[in-house]
Design a protein around this ligand. Structure first.
Ligand code: GUE
Length: 297
């Protein structure tokens, strides 16, 4: 194994420290406490774990956390009414509606009903359009966390060949926009891409975000490339029990890459840290305060 391990857990702790410092300052100077509302519909146990750790970390950086847990059979109109209330609540600077939503609720409708200025996930069409045209926006947390780690590792990304595997609205597409914004030559690959191994082999930067356990083998990686693994998949261990793995085959990729993010402890913790950074950014914009440096795209 030769690759440097990019420690997302440590990086996320550093980001949270910067957020906490800034929060303390705006509290002391302006009497403002950032507030993040998280809305969870249904009982999905994995989702509940994320919501809990988000809530805990929100409080740890000095923000107010508002959790709304709704029954799985909550109607779309009740959910929209809650969002309207949160949009109008000056104590709430950020709103996150945990995805996926139950089938009877129109996800796009719900996301686009969030005030874009409070859309700390960056999923509202206004924010997507602003990001795509290089204007100031709220940037989706997972791609923002990946970008922070890449910038930290490489300094400039200018002119690098980047391949994003996966074309989701949540990760693949915004990741491609951010890499383009940093002057990479960007390819978005997906399930219909021809000769995927050859496409991936051209890349200086590989971002894997397909949601398929260990699908990228080391044989696809150009020696010396940087591998960012967005996948979080739970698989059975041969000896019983389960473990988390990414979308890349860690052992074989780490043997040829120059740097790689582990799962767990890579992109996941950075996603939550960036959610807090976005909540701080939204708070500063709402009150016309200076934005934190280095915590936005
Ligand atoms: N509107 C919305 N925004 C989201 O950002 C969002 C969402 N919906 N729905 C669910 C997914 C999932 N998600 C994770 C965040 C952090 C970890 C994380 O920190 N994982 C740890 C491991 C956790 C464990 O051990 O189970 C790690 O990778 O090291 C995982 C998953 C955010 N999501």
């Amino acid at each position: 194994m030769s690759a440097e391990i990019i420690d997302g857990k440590a990086f996320a702790a550093k980001v949270r420290g910067q957020v906490a410092e800034h929060v303390a300052r705006i509290k002391a100077d302006h009497g403002i406490t950032p507030g993040l509302a998280v809305v969870l519909v249904g009982e999905d146990p994995a989702s509940q774990v994320y919501v809990r750790s988000k809530g805990k970390q929100t409080v740890e950086v000095g923000m107010n956390s508002y959790e709304h847990k709704l029954d799985a059979d909550t109607s779309e109109s009740d959910l929209l009414a809650l969002i309207e209330k949160l949009n109008d609540d000056p104590a709430v600077h950020g709103i996150l509606v945990q995805l996926p939503l139950p089938d009877h609720i129109d996800e796009d409708l719900v996301i686009n009903s969030i005030d874009p200025a409070k859309d700390v996930d960056g999923f509202h069409i206004s924010n997507v359009g602003l990001l795509g045209t290089g204007q100031k926006s709220m940037v989706p947390c997972t791609p923002l966390g990946c970008l922070m780690m890449l910038r930290d590792h490489h300094g400039s990304l200018s002119g690098m060949d980047a391949v994003v595997i996966g074309r989701s609205n949540i990760v693949g597409k915004p990741m491609a926009q951010l890499l383009l914004g940093d002057s990479c030559t960007v390819t978005i690959a997906h399930s219909r891409t021809k000769d995927l191994p050859d496409v991936v082999r051209r890349a200086d930067i590989v971002v894997a975000a397909v949601g398929r356990a260990q699908m990228v083998p080391g044989a696809w990686i150009k020696p010396g490339a940087t591998v960012i693994d967005v996948g979080i998949n739970r698989i059975d261990k041969p000896e019983g029990g389960t473990r988390l793995v990414g979308d890349v085959d860690y052992e074989s990729c780490a043997a040829v890459a120059s740097a790689i993010t582990p799962v767990p402890g890579g992109v996941g913790p950075m996603t939550i840290a960036c959610l807090l950074a976005n909540t701080l950014t939204a708070t500063c914009r709402a009150h016309g305060l200076d934005e934190p440096q280095g915590l936005t795209a």
